[in-house]
Write a protein of this length. Structure first.
Lengths: 357, 319
């Protein structure tokens, strides 16, 4: 088997292992609550309204019996993990929906935002870090350091506040929300086919460039807000690992052989600084996902994070919160997987299995 | 001494240290700087008319102006710094202590158990704090409801728990838990553990640890005498940066309205509609935006630079 395929399989199998550990920890948290509270995880979609207290207690007792809620941890965990596999993940009273379908329905919105941000920030971060690190203290480097400092120290919500005030209220270039109102009606009609759920792609598939432009008007602000912070952390690491590479002997020897400066940077130094940079961004995958949720809420995007908004809104909704936790862990694990694969594709040492990561 | 002089030889470090001192002083002197209303204590002091929705500009009654509905900006700013500092320090110190101990134990625990413990820590890295916070808050809420209480959360006043009859011990304990604080403690110890684990693995090979072991030192002794002393430096660097990061996250979550109880975040959240709502303006209502923004940003910047300065300090190449 080629080493790259081996790496892919081994890396992919790590996802369920991590997921099992995390869900066990999550259920361990649930175990701290009394059994009556745990029973709410299994309430069916339509509870009979106006149950008397006596009926309610009896009903809770049957659920506790059925799902073995007074048994030891592993048995309970087993029953609960079983319900994860049935494709509903329980029922959320605050959304009045099954949880997994509700999450999946909103996934394309979140995915669109996350995907474009990553496509934007990863190349930009790497390239700007390399250029800044190559000519240390040059004009580009000084400007870069100022911007990166601003990026790391501006909280996303303040950035969002300023951007909304400037680009939405004053200039009206961009807008919050996902789509303008007049297009909103159009895309909910039957003639508009939703193939992927992502508006920027669907609009092109339907041949509507005006909707495409409008979708980008709404995507621009969250993407910039989200990218700035992570761009600056990534680029700072790229810059410092570039600084480390420039002093090494293979660079000297490449120059001595008379290679052009551009070739030395992009063919020699660049490949070696990729590993630390991409590792660092894989480690910050949780903060990227958190950032996506925050940007969604601030810019009123109505993606996956609307599940937590409705869970926090009033009625206690433990099933939705638990489902959301499992779902976001899964999202982070998949993101980490893709970043590791990207690293393996770009770094020959990882690809050939020389360097174990 | 040499290291301390080195630390203060960079002007950035001096500025960050000064800023931190200012925040600490404000936090300590909050009751003198802006006395509380004895009848209605709390960070939000009403000095203007409760019916007036529009934020009022700075005047004699309120030095830095008022938030919507007549709350004093200066008072919230001062008390917010006490709140932020406490929150940041509690979270960071508890995570650092737990993470360092976990890393030390996993490093000494031998090959198989040690790598299993690190495997668990790595799994925690996949858990976004925002999800952990919502999860803990909902657990708390369902527990209280299952025990016969009423739970709801308010955008400004945070979580509110009502119980009929006398509160049991557990219920009153649950009332004082801040879900965000708890979830941040549970979800951000991994970097410390990984760091100390790596340090221990290299230290294990060194001669002084082997000598200590040969002389009959127990694991507890080795952890206390050698490993903790050698890992406090790097752990402190991480911790200093975390204080800022944790407070920024708290403010962010409060601003978007899902808890956290940050006062600075809540100030911005209350002013939000006057800035980005219909007819809002950043320049016209600058006093509701600028003070909390500056406070949050300077807090983050100060701790970040302080951490960078510490990291140069503990770098053996620096001397």
């Amino acid at each position: 088997m080629p080493p790259f395929l081996q790496f892919l399989i081994r890396r992919f199998l790590a996802i369920p292992v991590s997921l099992i550990i995390i869900t066990m920890v999550l259920y361990g948290g649930v175990m701290l609550t009394p059994p009556e509270a745990r029973a709410t995880l299994y309430y069916p979609p339509r509870m009979k309204p106006n149950m008397t207290e006596e009926q309610m207690r009896r009903y809770q007792e049957t659920i506790i019996k059925r799902y073995h809620l007074r048994d030891p941890f592993l048995i309970q965990y087993g029953y609960w993990a079983g319900t994860l596999l049935d494709g509903t993940w329980g029922y959320s009273p605050s959304m009045n929906e099954q949880i997994l379908p509700a999450l999946l329905k909103r996934t394309p919105v979140t995915l669109e935002l996350a995907m474009y941000s990553l496509l934007f920030l990863v190349p930009l971060g790497l390239v700007s870090g390399v250029i800044a690190g190559w000519k240390r203290s040059g004009r580009f480097d000084r400007g870069f350091r100022g911007l990166a400092f601003l990026g790391t120290s501006t909280p996303s919500f303040i950035m969002a506040l300023v951007m909304l005030s400037v680009f939405y209220i004053n200039l009206n270039w961009f807008a919050p929300g996902r789509i303008s109102m007049n297009y909103g009606f159009e895309i909910s009609e039957e003639t508009f086919r939703h193939t992927t759920g992502m508006l920027t792609i669907d609009s092109l598939l339907n041949g509507r460039t005006d909707i495409f432009v409008d979708a980008w008007r709404h995507l621009a602000m969250p993407i910039i807000t989200l990218s700035l912070y992570h761009w600056s952390t990534l680029a700072r690491i790229a810059r410092s690992s570039m600084l480390e590479e420039t002093g090494k002997e293979y660079i000297l020897s490449a120059r001595a052989r008379g290679l052009s400066e551009r070739r030395v940077v992009w063919h020699h130094a660049f490949r070696n600084m990729l590993t630390p940079s991409l590792t660092s961004i894989a480690l910050s995958a949780t903060s990227i996902i958190t950032g996506v949720f925050v940007a969604e809420i601030i810019f009123d995007f109505n993606g996956v994070s609307s599940v937590i908004l409705s869970a926090m809104a009033g009625v206690p909704d433990a099933p939705a919160a638990l489902g959301f936790a499992v779902y976001s862990v899964l999202m982070v694990l998949i993101l980490m997987f893709f970043l590791d694969v990207l690293q393996a594709i770009l770094d020959p040492r990882v690809r050939e299995g020389v360097l174990k990561t | 001494m040499k290291r301390i002089r080195l630390f203060f030889s960079h002007w950035q470090n001096c500025v960050s240290f000064l800023l931190i001192l200012i925040f600490v002083a404000t936090a300590v002197a909050a009751p003198y700087l802006s006395p509380d209303d004895p009848e209605n204590p709390g960070a939000f002091l009403r000095v203007g008319k409760a019916t007036k929705g529009e934020p009022q500009p700075p005047s004699e009654k309120a030095v830095l102006g008022m938030l919507p509905f007549g709350f004093d900006v200066f008072h919230a700013l001062v008390w917010g710094s006490r709140d932020a500092l406490l929150f940041g320090l509690i979270v960071t110190i508890s995570t650092a202590v737990f993470g360092v101990l976990y890393g030390a134990i996993s490093g000494l625990a031998g090959n198989r158990l040690g790598s299993f413990m690190i495997r668990i820590a790595d799994s925690f890295l996949a858990f976004p704090p925002i999800a952990g916070m919502v999860f803990l808050q909902q657990l708390l809420a369902t527990t209280i409801v299952a025990m016969g209480g009423i739970y709801w959360s308010h955008p400004k006043f945070g979580q509110i728990i009502e119980v009929q009859g006398p509160m049991t011990l557990i219920q009153s304990l649950l009332e004082h838990i801040n879900p965000l604080m708890l979830s941040l403690i549970v979800l951000s110890w991994m970097p410390y553990a990984r760091l100390v684990h790596a340090i221990v693995l290299t230290l294990k090979q060194t001669e002084f640890i082997q000598a200590s072991r040969a002389l009959g030192g127990s694991s507890a002794w080795i952890i206390r005498k050698h490993i903790l002393r050698n890992s406090t430096g790097p752990a402190m660097v991480l911790a200093a940066r975390d204080v800022g990061g944790v407070v920024l996250l708290q403010a962010t979550l409060t601003f978007i309205g899902i808890g956290g109880d940050s006062i600075w975040g809540s100030m911005l959240g209350q002013a939000r509609n006057w800035v980005i709502g219909p007819g809002g303006s950043l320049l016209r209502y600058w006093w509701v935006v600028l003070p909390p923004t500056l406070a949050v940003m300077l807090f983050g910047i100060a701790w970040n630079i302080f951490g960078d300065g510490l990291s140069d300090l503990f770098d053996p190449r620096a001397l």
